[in-house]
Structure formats: C-alpha cells, structure tokens
Design a protein around this ligand. Structure first.
Ligand code: BGC
Length: 343
C-alpha cells in the first residue's frame, strides 16, 4: 500500500511530498520527493518491536540546513572526481568543486537537492523522475534520471536506478542512507560483513591512489562479520586520515549479498545486494554532534553507517577501474536491494 501526504515546502517555495510504502508485515518506508530520499524505514526487531533504522531529518528544513546527504539519492556522479575534472573524447570537463574548492563530491549535490516527480506505478512501487540539463554542474548531456522504489513482502526495499543521456557522459548513482539497526546509540557494535577481498586506499583528498589493496591482514577485512568498532581505531594511516571507515570496497563477484549488517541487541539484520562493482562504507565519521536530526537529537560521530553501492570513486580519471561512461542514448541501469530480517 502507498499513502501520499504533504511533507513541507523548501525555502525557495518547492512543495515536497511524502509517500509511505507499507507491506503486510507492517514494514514501512517513507520516501520524499526532495532528493528522491528514503526518509525512514520502520522494521521489527526480534521481539516484534518496530524502530526507524535511518538517521536523518523529519522536516524539510532539517534536510536543507543540516544535511550530509542523509537518505538522499546521489548523482550524477556519486562520490568524488579528483580536481573536479575529467576528459571524454579529448574534451576536458570542468565540474563544480563543491568540496573544499578542490574535488567534485556527489555530483555537486544536484540530484540530492532537486524535487523529483513521483508516480505510483503499483501498490508497492513508486517511481521518481528528474531531468538534469546539459552542462549541469559541468557534466555533459541532458540526462533523464529515474529511481524506482519497490517494497516487497519479504521486507526488501528494491531500488532501481536508470539514466539516459543525449550525449556521451559519466553516470554513478547511489542512495546515501545512514542506517542504525538499533534505532539508537552508535553503530560500533553492529556486526558487518562485506564481500570484498580488496579496497581502494586514498590520498589525503579521499581520491583513490589507484592501488587495489587486499584487505587480508588489515582493519578493512570484513569478509567474516565483525563489529564495526573492533578495528576502527586501529593504528592505520588510512583509518586515521578519515577518522574511521570512509572507503570504497571492491566487491567480489557472485550472487550472494555484497554486505550483511546485524545489530546483536535488537537482532535486526540487513542484507545488501547490488550489481555495481563497489560499495562505500562510511560511518558518519565527520558528524560532530552539532546538527540536529529527527526529534531534535544531535547527529554524532558513528551514529549510523552508509553502504553506498557505486562505481569506484574518481572512475572517470581511472582507466583501470570498471568504467561508467555511457554513450548518447545508452541506458545506465542498476539495482540495489536492502533486505531486512531478524536473527
Ligand atoms: C563520503 C564522505 C562524506 C559523506 C557525506 C560519503 O560518501 O565518502 O567522505 O563525508 O559522503 O558527504
């Protein structure tokens, strides 16, 4: 079932709607048209108690004033492009450098701050569309973006992304939900598995150096589930540089989940499936308790974790990474599924 209501109005007068998707297990997913954002996910714990497992905002003002991309759809190019530049067929594109005036982060935020058009296409399926003009944030091509959210009876939220450009361009879309399966406290005791034998270490601007480094014997080895907090403070240059995990993992191929997270106290579990080659594990490292989130509660370091399925950061400048350049008219399509259960 899908129910629509008004969520609010942006500071520049755009109306934002909220759609609540629910299934017969009473799982509930709130989606807003601002940033095509997943705003809340209510799931049961092992005793049948429901909690919202997403950190974020309950007002549009919160999203506008305090956001670190909580729940938002991110594109055209999720994550970073070094120096805000890349070259395609001999033409250099100069992008918005919205991170410290140096890098292009999350495509300049365009898709995340847009108000998307919504269409209910089935009793469990909501489609959102947005067209980005040619040259937006410096990227080539007018692109029609579509994100479809489907809530299934097995408690999975399926997100389908698609994009078609009228010029050759780069595309990398993700969702930036901050999960906390306990619904409160920090996520350091959550157990996490990531099906990745390697990750991409970065320079001080969080741009991959190009090395594909094996996780074996490092704090980045999540191949067997372990508490997120176990090695987060380890004596490791990469961890120190980002105050914890803020890295792209190179996913192993296969049909199983890319990642599985479990909060031992509530028993809530989440499996992540994707057809993309990477996932960014980010644990709200840079949140410092100065920004209010839902219910006025301050958003603190490690209050949530993100598993942003993606092409690797800076791919447009890294020919050896799996590529995400699409010809005019060629469709970008990708699916990520977050499946909830209890253990
Ligand atoms: C980045 C972080 C950043 C966060 C919020 C993540 O995808 O990797 O460095 O702080 O997004 O913008």
């Amino acid at each position: 079932m899908i129910v629509k209501k008004e969520f609010g109005t942006t500071s520049d007068g755009r109306k934002v709607d909220l759609f609540t998707l629910s299934n017969s297990n009473d799982m509930r997913v709130d989606i807003i048209t601002y940033g095509a954002a997943v705003n809340s996910i209510f799931v049961a714990d092992k005793n049948g108690e429901f909690a919202d497992v997403l950190k974020g905002f309950d007002t549009i003002e919160g999203h506008e004033k305090y956001s670190n991309y909580q729940g938002l759809t991110v594109g055209r190019y999720a994550n970073r492009i070094a120096q805000g530049k890349f070259t395609l067929d001999g033409v250099e594109y100069d992008l918005v450098k919205n991170e410290k005036g140096i890098t292009c982060l999350h495509g300049g935020g365009e898709l995340s701050h847009a108000v998307w058009k919504a269409l209910i296409t089935d009793d469990n399926c909501l489609e959102m569309t947005y067209t980005s003009p040619d040259g937006a944030e410096g990227f080539p091509g007018k692109v029609d973006f579509k994100v479809t959210f489907t809530l299934h009876e097995d408690n999975s939220l399926e997100i389908n992304y698609s994009a078609v450009s009228d010029k050759k361009t780069v595309i990398n879309m993700t969702n930036h939900a901050y999960f906390n399966l306990a619904g409160k406290g920090d996520i350091l005791s959550h157990e996490l598995m990531i099906n990745a034998d390697a990750y991409t270490p970065t320079d001080s601007a969080s741009i991959p150096t190009g090395e594909i480094r094996p996780v074996e014997g490092t704090p980045f080895d999540f191949r067997q589930a372990k508490p997120i907090g176990r090695d987060i403070g380890a004596d490791d240059d990469q961890l120190r540089q980002c105050r914890g995990y803020d890295y792209n993992f190179c996913l192993n191929e296969g049909d199983g989940p890319a990642a599985v997270a479990c909060d031992p106290s509530s028993g809530r579990m989440m499996e992540v499936f994707t057809d993309l080659p990477g996932v960014q594990l980010y644990c709200a490292n840079f949140l410092d308790g100065t920004r209010p989130g839902k219910g006025g509660e301050m958003l603190t370091q490690y209050c949530g974790f993100c598993l942003e399925t993606q092409y690797y950061p800076n791919t447009p400048n890294m020919p050896e990474f799996p590529q995400c350049t699409f010809d005019a008219g060629e469709k970008f399509e990708s699916t990520t599924i977050f499946r909830f259960s209890v253990k």
